[in-house]
Every structure is written in structure tokens, then in C-alpha cells.
Design a protein around this ligand. Structure first.
Ligand code: ZN
Length: 291
């Protein structure tokens, strides 16, 4: 049982007993402590594009965990370690496992199950000839893709500071289009891998968590983009900016200004595209927000 599920059951138990009286008073301090330990992490949603909180049990030293050869964030303490795993949008539902290495060197597989999730599909008809990139644009995109892949491979210490609940980087109407499958003239494109927030050009964008700026640039699809490294393979990106106001290497605190909303790159109007990446998987940023 994960820490989350044990907390939820404790919480609902307390709610029930609160109606009938005295025992709730005895339970309350325990519940508060348990929530303090777990409610600061992203929500557990074990679907493609989600985040799995996988219990690893107690150990004297933080275990090392890999998903294939990609390192995975491990949080907790000697009483209960938890792998906090990003699941790629392209992951197949069903059984999967992580490799857990104890400090002594012994390894074991820890199983988890990815539940299917059917994301919405959007079919668009656009003018013929606009679906495929022109040769120049394609060459630029391929070069940028290689650079972005190296940025996405960042896994740095120290691990992210808790709480891991993020601040929304800009005010505005949030779309629920994460995972949306887009089909142009019958051709599938990559699913939408972030959250769009509608806001006028110039609206400030701030850091959702403490982090270091690891990349800035102007990219074909994403326009003016900033990547932040929060530690432990947790990254965030903001795209389509009208202005970038930070430099690579700068350390930011939550709420520090990164830049301003714009419409750079391949977009139809000003908005912020906000992406969150965990162990190289783009996951739903909404899982990192408080309700
Ligand atoms: Zn977007």
C-alpha cells in the first residue's frame, strides 16, 4: 500500500468517526502528520501521462531506482521510500516494473500496473501542404530535437525541495487538453504534452518551483522557451514567450519571474504552453497543482 492510499484511508476513517464523536479527536494528530508527509507530492494517477507513487518500503539508505536506464526520483525517508515515476504518454497500459538497487548492490524488480486512459481526439482539416514541414523547417526541427533531447536528459542533485506542489506559472484560463490526440488531414501528430493557459501577450510568467535555468532559446514549434531543472529529473518548460528574462545557470525561487506570455513559434494566438517532465516523460502539470 502506498503512503498516499494509507493517508486517504486514514483521512476518510477520521471523517466517518468525526460524526460519531470522541475517537476523531484521538486520530486527528496522526492524520495531520501523515498528510504533511505525503500531500506535498504530485497526485498519484497511474495512466499514460500520469505520475505513479510506488512504495519501496523501508531502508536505511535511499535506494537507487531506474526505469530502463533512466534514473527515477525517490522521495521519503528510512521508514518508507517512494519512487515518484513519470509515465510517458506513449506507454502501453498493463504490467510494468522498475529496477530498484539497494545500497549493497542487490537489485530487484518492483511491479506496477498502468491503467488505460482514453484521451480526447481532435480531427482537424487544414490546407493541403501545411501538414508536412518544408525541407528547411524540417532540418531546423531535427537539429532542435537533438538539442532538446540532451536538455531533457538532465538528472541533477540535489533532489527537488519539498513541497513538490507547483505554483501555476501564469494566471489565466487553463485548458484540460493535456494528452489530446491531434490528427491533421488524417495524419496523427504527437499528442499535446502540456497545459495551455490563455493569457494576453506580456502577462508575467513565474517559476512554478525553485529551480535552475538549464536552457533558453527560440525553437520552431515552441517559440521562445525556457527550461527549468528542479532536481532529480523533474523539469518544467514554458513556451511561446514574448520575452525571456532569465539566463542559463540562474537559480530561481518559486514565483521569480521567467518572462512574459507571447505567441512565438507555431501558435494561433498568445498563450502559455507549460510542460512538466519527470524521468524524461512529459506528464500532466495538473497533477502537481493543489486542488
Ligand atoms: Zn500547448
Amino acid at each position: 500500500m502506498s503512503l498516499l492510499s494509507s493517508c486517504q484511508s486514514l483521512q476518510s476513517f477520521t471523517r466517518r468517526t468525526a460524526l460519531s464523536g470522541g475517537l476523531a479527536l484521538l486520530m486527528l494528530p496522526t492524520v495531520k502528520m501523515a498528510l504533511a508527509a505525503s500531500d506535498v507530492w504530485p497526485k498519484n494517477l497511474v495512466v499514460p501521462g500520469g505520475v505513479a507513487r510506488i512504495s519501496l518500503g523501508p531502508a536505511a539508505v535511499r535506494p537507487t531506482v531506474h526505469d530502463g536506464d533512466v534514473p527515477v526520483l525517490v522521495l521519503g525517508d528510512v521508514i518508507e521510500w517512494t519512487a515518484v515515476l513519470g509515465i510517458p504518454l506513449g506507454a502501453l497500459p498493463g504490467n510494468a516494473s522498475l529496477t530498484v538497487q539497494a545500497p549493497g548492490g542487490s537489485t530487484k524488480q518492483v511491479a506496477y500496473t498502468i491503467t488505460p486512459k482514453q484521451y480526447r481526439e481532435q480531427r482537424l482539416k487544414v490546407a493541403p501542404g501545411t501538414v508536412d514541414l518544408a525541407p528547411n523547417d524540417l532540418a531546423r526541427f531535427e537539429k532542435e530535437r537533438a538539442h532538446q533531447a540532451s536538455v531533457m536528459g538532465t538528472f541533477s542533485e540535489p533532489l527537488p525541495q519539498e513541497p513538490l506542489r507547483m505554483q501555476v506559472p501564469t494566471p489565466g484560463r487553463r485548458s484540460s487538453s493535456f494528452g489530446l490526440r491531434r490528427v491533421f488531414n488524417g495524419q496523427s501528430r504527437n499528442p499535446h504534452s502540456g497545459m495551455d493557459i490563455a493569457a494576453p501577450t506580456g502577462t508575467p510568467i513565474v517559476a512554478p518551483l525553485p529551480g535552475q535555468v538549464i536552457d533558453t532559446g527560440n525553437y520552431f514549434f515552441n517559440g521562445n522557451t525556457v527550461w527549468l531543472d528542479h532536481g532529480g529529473g523533474l523539469l518544467s518548460m514554458v513556451c511561446h514567450l514574448s520575452a525571456i528574462e532569465v539566463k542559463v545557470g540562474e537559480r530561481l525561487q518559486t514565483g521569480d519571474r521567467i518572462g512574459a506570455v507571447g505567441a512565438t513559434g507555431r501558435v494561433t494566438g498568445p498563450h502559455l504552453h507549460w510542460g512538466v517532465m519527470l524521468n524524461q516523460a512529459m506528464v500532466d502539470p495538473a497533477l502537481f497543482l493543489a486542488d
